[in-house]
Design a protein around this ligand. Structure first.
Ligand code: NAD
Length: 445
């Protein structure tokens, strides 16, 4: 990679700006500086750290609309979603901080005091699909627990990350929060540097590479990874509600969401009506740039990802799938709303994460086989069941960290965000998640 990272508007290829990438020697120096900064930051009281976080995040409030526009342009999501993400980040940051404080409050059992100490330096490595929210979920618990943070955002969304960083960083002591720019090269250098923990959100493949590299010094890890979420629709489901959910969840964020629905197994007794409803709903989705009225599917982040989605559609068609809507011949940057039926286990759309706006469906006659197929995956992020009488029993058997019955998978409030199987290692959110950003220790006296 050259030492300049260019940021491109995915809807039209326009150059939005650029940042300088960091060389290995710079990363090493920054991590050394972070280690020094961590000592005094970790020594502050939690309330002092919370005050700095509160100030830092409120400083971004006046820039909300500017941040939302930049996020839309750089990542491609529509302005309503971008504004939602910026709001969640700017107002949600201090809220997460408060719940981390409560989670790591010391406690006493007889003569034993239980304490939560900082690790030192946490490397936060984040993806492009929710470039602010995903980073904030990792940065805040790390900082509240008294760690210094070195953040490497995605190479596809460097400008929005830099903008948030510039707003936050001046409110912390020097080098408590730093940013490095680059791609996997810089990511690997950071993982192998003198950081004590890696907090990562991204793909399964990169998660495995990080684990391998981090093992040399047994660095602490929290990793939220990719998914290939199944949805089972039972014969007694509300067909219209299931169809609305199937389309909305498959197309959310242009399908570029870790918990978007990727595979649907529908009871054959209601399959015809379900597929018709799905097509009717999906047909109304419009592709276009972030600022065009009525757009609900934006551009795909880049040509490589676009090519992967088209390849998955073609692979499905070659293996006997039927295109109920959309086509296998789509030009960047958009993927038109696409509905595929007759999905089979040999197809890529069933086997791996596609990360695009496709609704992929197959019919079942035996619920046991549907459950088996839903679980026949190395992923285990989310899973959804639509149905009445037996839905709970089916949900109990889904191998996923987050399960929705007649609804989506995200929990309420500060519930954990967690992947089972190879969709995660550790997790964030909730008291249990927050505690993973601190070293627990006991003191007897
Ligand atoms: P990615 O794994 O390609 O990249 C994520 C980050 O890791 C980027 O900053 C990248 O530069 C960096 N990186 C790449 N190679 C690296 C390496 N070898 N060592 C260290 N860092 C490296 O993922 P992406 O394309 O940015 O994001 C999409 C993926 O993220 C999808 O799989 C999606 O499901 C997943 N995701 C998961 C969650 C979750 O909460 N489980 C949330 C959002 C996205």
């Amino acid at each position: 990679m050259s030492d300049i990272l260019q940021s491109i508007d995915p809807s039209n290829g326009e150059l939005l700006g650029s940042v300088k990438t960091h060389a290995e020697s710079e990363i090493t120096q920054m991590v050394t500086a972070a280690n020094t900064a961590a000592q005094s930051w970790g020594f502050l009281t939690i309330d002092q750290r919370l005050q700095a976080i509160e100030k830092a995040y409120s400083s971004a409030v006046p820039a909300i609309s500017q941040l939302a526009t930049l996020l839309s342009r750089e990542m491609g999501k529509d302005i309503r979603r971008a504004t939602g993400e910026v709001h969640g980040t700017v107002y949600g940051g201090p809220y997460i901080a408060e719940s981390v404080k409560q989670a790591i409050e010391p406690s006493q059992i007889g003569r034993t005091r239980i304490e939560y100490k900082p690790f030192g330096v946490v490397a936060v490595i984040s993806p492009w699909n929710y470039p602010l929210a995903m980073a904030t979920n990792l940065i805040i618990p790390a900082l509240v627990a008294g760690n210094a943070v070195v953040w490497k955002p995605s190479e596809h969304t460097p400008l929005i990350a830099q903008k948030l960083f510039e707003s936050l960083a001046p409110h912390f002591p020097e080098n408590v929060l730093q940013i490095i720019h680059g791609d996997g090269v810089q990511g690997r250098i950071l993982v192998e540097s003198e950081v004590n923990m890696v907090a990562f959100t991204g793909s399964q493949a990169v998660g495995k590479d990080i684990m391998q590299r981090a093992s040399a010094s047994l660095k602490r890890l929290v990793m939220e990874l990719g998914g290939n979420d199944p949805m089972i629709v039972m014969a007694d489901a509300d067909i219209e509600a299931a169809a609305r959910f199937a389309v909305a969840s498959s197309f959310e964020n242009s399908g570029q969401m870790c918990t978007s629905t990727e595979r649907i197994y529908i009871d054959q007794a209601i399959a015809e009506r379900f597929e018709q409803s799905v097509v009717a709903i999906a047909r109304n989705y419009r592709t276009g740039p972030w600022d065009m009225d009525g757009v609900n599917i934006g551009p795909i982040i880049n040509d490589v990802q676009h090519e992967k989605i088209v390849h998955h559609i073609k692979n499905a068609v070659d293996h006997g799938a039927k295109l109920l809507l959309g086509s296998a011949d789509q030009q960047p940057p958009y993927i038109q709303p696409t509905v595929i039926s007759n999905m089979k286990p040999a197809m890529l759309i069933e086997q791996v994460e596609t990360f695009g706006p496709l609704v992929c469906i197959d019919r079942y006659s035996d619920i046991e086989k549907a459950i088996q197929r839903a679980n026949n995956s190395s992923y285990g992020l989310g899973g959804v069941v639509f149905g009445s009488a037996g839905a709970q029993a089916v949900a109990d058997r889904l191998e996923a960290g987050m399960v929705g019955i007649n609804q989506g998978v995200g929990g309420e409030g500060d519930a954990p965000w967690v992947g089972a199987k190879q969709s995660g290692f550790g997790f964030h959110g909730s008291a249990d998640g927050h505690k993973q950003f601190a070293q627990i220790r006991i003191v007897n006296q």
